[in-house]
Structures are given as structure tokens and as C-alpha cells.
Design a protein around this ligand. Structure first.
Ligand code: FAD
Ligand code: NAG
Ligand code: NAG
Ligand code: NAG
Ligand code: NAG
Length: 411
């Protein structure tokens, strides 16, 4: 039975200057419609608190910690697709998007960025100063969520994860593997290669998005890729805020899942075969699209911040590639079938990679499915360190017990 959250919300309303929105208000609707996936935007919190200062955040957390039965969720830009990661039924959602101030020091070498800012806000601000930062590639994504999970940017081969400071198949995948395993890796190259399968039309579409982070339109590193007629050269010299300006999309059902592998054209081939074999005859009511995206995770990228960040990725294992296997579909009634299919494909891909000795343990949190365990993939020492940090800053375990969203330390 739904628990009465009115006292939790009433106590928040007493915090001076804090916006607390109740269902059926325009402030409440603005937060709900801002989520990227429909599953997340469909959850109905009892109230939404929108702090505009860090003092507000401290007061909210103090109020929640005082009332052990007030469950809550934290939202930055709401791009995590899974239901319950940044929103909650019958609980309090803290919407951090008003904490979006961006300031820089005198010579603009250091930027101070609010957790609720979108990367588009950040790029638009820094581009005017001729500066940039290794943040999300899609401007709609939030600073908070992306950075907590690591953060892969166009500049990652050069600068590492954000938290440290980026096809006819047979042939195209081979070109991708060559770029991903190039020695030395060109740190200005950041590429994602996607295969998109439309389950209604049974058509595969290939998309390659090579980005070069120096002003140069014909980088040597992409010469082989652009020689393939079916791949268009989308490299352009542009400012990051133009590149990152996400096209507005209607909320739909979304899921993410991920894997990390050693680089091999043979593995890419078998992954494509597995996807086609497993997904070809799978149909549900309404629309359904699967997107299989690969991006290089070269050793030079892993070397940045290795042993400093808690992700546990090290360059010694060599060049790698990160898979983002995602789905979007229209009919919520098909969700359990789509989730089950997603797990089946990933299980087969991982088995094939393991067989080839190319399966890596790293599970990238920002792409992980709800059934995956990113935090334990960081290794036992790093997980233990995170537990010590949690004990120090959250001795009452408020963020473990009352905040069900996202990945937990004991995952
Ligand atoms: C269209 C799209 C493009 C993407 N592009 C990239 C990319 O280029 N590179 C990349 O690495 N990833 C990318 N991602 C993945 C993205 O990093 C994750 O989805 C990330 O979690 C989104 O962050 P957010 O702030 O928008 O999301 P939210 O859903 O608001 O937050 C994600 C999680 O972080 C928690 N959280 C957020 N802020 C805080 C905080 N201040 N304190 C405590 N917890 C907090 C939330 O509770 C939630 O569990 C992309 C995702 C999408 C949908
Ligand atoms: C940024 O660079 C452009 C082109 O070089 C220059 O015209 C402009 O003055 C620079 N702006 C700042 C704030 O340095
Ligand atoms: C992003 O694109 C929209 C729509 O084209 C435009 O209105 C907006 O000004 C753009 N934002 C930035 C920061 O470039
Ligand atoms: C995918 O599988 C189907 C069914 O086996 C087959 O007809 C089709 O040719 C395959 N597509 C590709 C691109 O391999
Ligand atoms: C898949 O299902 C959709 C929705 O029911 C239907 O419109 C479409 O024709 C089906 N496609 C195939 C190839 O069976």
C-alpha cells in the first residue's frame, strides 16, 4: 500500500526559499517531462524539491535523514534510462537542475560547474572563452550523472574519463578495429560506430561518428574509414556547443547495457552475427530499435587517471573497446520481453568474447543495465575504498538505505 509521504514533503516546504512542487503543478510537470526515457518520467514522486543553493541541498538531506521512512531520488539531467535511477514512486525527487551555475577563475584555467548543468550549458559558456572540458558528447546529458559514472568525452583518448579531469559490417568493423588498436593511438581521435536494427522493417543501418579534436578535416587516422563508400565523412570543424546540441526527442522506453572487450575485428564480426541471429526474428507490438555502439577504449585513455580514479581500468591490459547495447521501444507492455532479449544477447556476446580471451571485467556505470554490477567491476580494493568513503561521509547510510536509485555499494 502506498505510504503517506505528506509529512516528508511538508517538512521540505518549511525550508526557506526552496521550491517544492506537488503533482499537477507546472513545476512538477517540467521535471517529469525532462527525463530522457519514458519509464523514468512515468514514475510519480510525492513531491519534487528543486534546490537553488548548496545550502538547500544540505537542508533537504538533513530533513530526509531525520525521517527514516522518506525514500528519495536524485536527478541531474535525467539521462539515465532505467526507471528509479533518478526518480521515484511515492518518495521525494530532488531535481538539481537549478544548480547549474558555471564560473571560471581569472585565466579560465579552472571552471566551477554546478552538478545540475547540462554539458550544452557548459560548452556554450566555455566556447566563448575559447576553453573546453572533457565532458559528455551529447549536450543534454548532465554534469552530475556523467561524472559520477566516469564520463567518456571526445577528449578522453587525450584526457581520460571526465572524472579524471572521450558500416557494411565486415569491412567497416575492420576499419574500426584498426583505429581502436592503432599504435600509437592518435589521442585526438574519438569515434563511435553504431549498428542500428529496426525490428519492424528488419533493416540494419550503419552509422559512424568520427570526431577529431584538433582543427583538421582529413586526419590520417580516419583515412581507411572514409575510403569505405557507405560511410559518410561527418568530420567538421565546429565548436563543441554546436556538436553537442541534442535534437529534442519524445520520451520513449529505453534501456542500456554494456561490456568491455579487447579489440578484434573477428570479435566485432561475431558480435554482429550474434545480434542478427538473436534479434532478427524477435518482434513486439509497436516500434522497437536496437542500437549496438562501439567506441575505442585505447590504453592511452585508460592510462589517464589509472590508479587515481576508482574505476580500476589500467593501460597494461592493452587497447579495448566499450560496447553500449541499447534499445528503444514504444509499447510498455513489451518491456519484459525486450529486457529478457537484451540479457540473452549480452550473455551470448560475453560468452563469445570470453572464448576468444577478449572479455574484460570493466562495466562502465553510465552504460550499465540494471542487472549489471559496475561497482564490483572496479575491483575489490576500489569497492572497499568506496565503502570507507561512504562510511566517512554518510555514517547513517542515508544514501544506501533511503535512496534506492542507481548502483549500490553492495551491488
Ligand atoms: C543521449 C545520451 C547520450 C549520452 N552520451 C554520453 C557520453 O557522451 N559519454 C558518456 O560517458 N555517457 C553518455 N551517456 C550516458 C550518461 O553518462 C548517463 O546516462 C548519465 O548517468 C547521465 O547523467 P545525468 O545527470 O543526465 O542523469 P541522471 O539520470 O540525472 O543521473 C544519473 C544517476 O546519477 C545520480 N546523480 C546525478 N547527480 C547526482 C549528484 N549530484 N549526487 C548524487 N547522485 C547523482 C542519479 O541519482 C542517477 O542515479 C549518454 C546518455 C544518453 C541518454
Ligand atoms: C577566442 O579566439 C578567437 C579567434 O582566435 C578570438 O577572436 C577571440 O578574441 C578569443 N576570445 C577570447 C575570450 O579569448
Ligand atoms: C541548440 O539548438 C536549439 C534549436 O536549434 C537552439 O534554439 C539553441 O539556441 C541551441 N543552443 C546552443 C547552446 O547552441
Ligand atoms: C540476418 O539474419 C537473417 C536471418 O537469418 C538473414 O536472412 C540476414 O541475411 C542476416 N542479415 C545480415 C546483414 O547478415
Ligand atoms: C512486427 O510487429 C509490428 C507491430 O505489431 C508489425 O507492424 C510488423 O509488421 C511486424 N513485423 C514483422 C516483420 O513481422
Amino acid at each position: 500500500m502506498a505510504q503517506d509521504l505528506a509529512p516528508c514533503c511538508a517538512q521540505l516546504s518549511a525550508i526557506i526559499g526552496l521550491d517544492v512542487a506537488l503533482p499537477n503543478s507546472s513545476l512538477y510537470a517540467a521535471t517529469e517531462t525532462a527525463y530522457w526515457s519514458i519509464q523514468e518520467g512515468s514514475l510519480a514522486p510525492s513531491c519534487i524539491a528543486k534546490p537553488s543553493s548548496s545550502e538547500h541541498v544540505a537542508s533537504i538531506i538533513a530533513s530526509i535523514a531525520n525521517q527514516h521512512d522518506c525514500p528519495f531520488a536524485i536527478k541531474s539531467q535525467g539521462h539515465a534510462p532505467a526507471a528509479g535511477f533518478a526518480n521515484i514512486n511515492n518518495g521525494i525527487t530532488i531535481d538539481l537542475t537549478a544548480l547549474n551555475a558555471i564560473t571560471t577563475n581569472k585565466d579560465a584555467s579552472v571552471a566551477h560547474i554546478g552538478t545540475g548543468a547540462s554539458w550544452l550549458d557548459v560548452y556554450a559558456h566555455l566556447d566563448t572563452l575559447n576553453k573546453t572540458v572533457a565532458g559528455g558528447r551529447n549536450g543534454g546529458v548532465g554534469v552530475g550523472g556523467l561524472t559520477l559514472g566516469g564520463g567518456i568525452s571526445y577528449f578522453s583518448p587525450q584526457a581520460g574519463f571526465t572524472c579524471d579531469t572521450a558500416i557494411n559490417f565486415e569491412i567497416v568493423f575492420a576499419a574500426f578495429a584498426k583505429i581502436a588498436a592503432a599504435k600509437p593511438y592518435d589521442v585526438h581521435a574519438s569515434i563511435t560506430t553504431s549498428a542500428i536494427f529496426n525490428a519492424v522493417t528488419k533493416a540494419w543501418t550503419l552509422l559512424s561518428a568520427p570526431i577529431y579534436t584538433k582543427p583538421q578535416t582529413d586526419p590520417e587516422v580516419y583515412s581507411e574509414l572514409f575510403a569505405i563508400p557507405s560511410i559518410s565523412n561527418t568530420v567538421q570543424i565546429t565548436q563543441l556547443h554546436t556538436l553537442a546540441n541534442e535534437t529534442a526527442m519524445a520520451q520513449t522506453n529505453q534501456l542500456f547495457s554494456t561490456g568491455t572487450y579487447g579489440v578484434s575485428a573477428e570479435l566485432l564480426d561475431s558480435i554482429f552475427d550474434i545480434c542478427n541471429e538473436t534479434l532478427y526474428d524477435f518482434n513486439v507490438t509497436g516500434s522497437l530499435q536496437w542500437i549496438v555502439t562501439f567506441e575505442p577504449f585505447p590504453a592511452v585513455f585508460a592510462a589517464q587517471g589509472a590508479h587515481d580514479n576508482i574505476l580500476g581500468t589500467i593501460p597494461e591490459v592493452g587497447d579495448g573497446m566499450i560496447l553500449l547495447f541499447s534499445a528503444s521501444w514504444s509499447d510498455a507492455a513489451a518491456s519484459s520481453l525486450v529486457h529478457a532479449k537484451n540479457k540473452e544477447v549480452l550473455r551470448k556476446i560475453n560468452a563469445a568474447a570470453k572464448h576468444m580471451g577478449l572479455l574484460r571485467s570493466f562495466v562502465y556505470a553510465n552504460y550499465a543495465g540494471t542487472f549489471q554490477k559496475p561497482i564490483s567491476s572496479y575491483g575489490t580494493q576500489n569497492s572497499a575504498f568506496l565503502c570507507r568513503v561512504a562510511l566517512k561521509y554518510d555514517p547513517l547510510a542515508v544514501f544506501q538505505r533511503q535512496l534506492p536509485g542507481g548502483f549500490k555499494l553492495a551491488d
